[in-house]
Design a protein around this ligand. Structure first.
Ligand code: UP5
Ligand code: MG
Length: 190
């Protein structure tokens, strides 16, 4: 462990709120490394790891994979990147995730970027996405929404109580959402 300061921004928001889309834009302009916990889990599943079947089953049900698995994947990706600025997209999704990440890495997020979007809009986006994700069917989408409200929103509320949430209206077109995001990241361009 060196004394290099690591900057982490958690990017949270409901399924289909635009986390991945906006992270790709932030990377281009502000030099962060984008780590989507969902993408890391999908890659782990595809790699044929011993946890593959468990991950597949949990994602199909919209359930949250145990922290142990996800935190390990995030830590490994952070180390391998060589960067010191990270967007952690779609994590932490519950209190257990939040506590595990803090305990294992000792890292506190700089802030939480929260994409606020109505469910009807998110549902339309997911049903139109067409990228072959196993969880983009109406039954799983409804389960993902329920888990988001019951388990993930409380994490946003926790950080809000610490003054760490930067909330964005994510129901607008992609470029308009990014205009609001840019304002928040401007200090990182210095
Ligand atoms: N789109 C984006 N922005 C738009 C805009 N402003 N206007 C119109 N359309 C817009 O966007 C979704 C779709 O909408 C795309 O087609 C896009 O073009 C369009 P995207 O940027 O992909 O949204 P995002 O918020 O990233 O949606 P995603 O489906 O990835 O969110 P989830 O949070 O559901 O998915 P994630 O991959 O993070 O997690 C999937 C599952 O993995 C979870 O349900 C869970 O089972 C598991 N998981 C864990 O267990 N633990 C974790 O830590 C993370 C995941
Ligand atoms: Mg995503």
């Amino acid at each position: 462990p060196g004394d290099k300061k690591i900057t982490v921004v958690f990017v949270l928001g409901g399924p289909g709120s635009g986390k991945g889309t906006q992270c790709a834009n932030i990377v281009k302009h502000f030099g962060f490394t984008h780590l989507s916990a969902g993408d890391l889990l999908r890659a782990e599943k595809k790699s044929g790891s011993k946890n593959g079947t468990m991950i597949q089953n949990m994602m199909k049900e919209g359930k949250i994979v145990p922290s142990e698995v996800t935190v390990k994947l995030l830590q490994k990706a952070m180390l391998e990147s060589g960067n010191d600025k990270f967007l952690i997209d779609g994590f932490p999704r519950n209190e257990e995730n939040r506590a595990a990440f803090e305990n294992v890495t000792k890292i506190e997020p700089e802030f939480v970027l929260f994409f606020d979007c109505p469910e009807e809009e998110m549902e339309q986006r997911l049903l139109n996405r067409n990228q072959g994700r196993d969880d983009d069917n109406i039954e799983t989408i409804r389960k993902r929404f329920k888990v988001f409200v019951e388990s993930s929103l409380p994490v946003v509320e926790y950080y809000d109580s610490k003054g760490k949430v930067r909330k964005i209206d994510a129901a607008k077109p992609v470029d308009e959402v990014f205009k609001a995001v840019e304002v928040i990241f401007a200090p990182f361009n210095a």
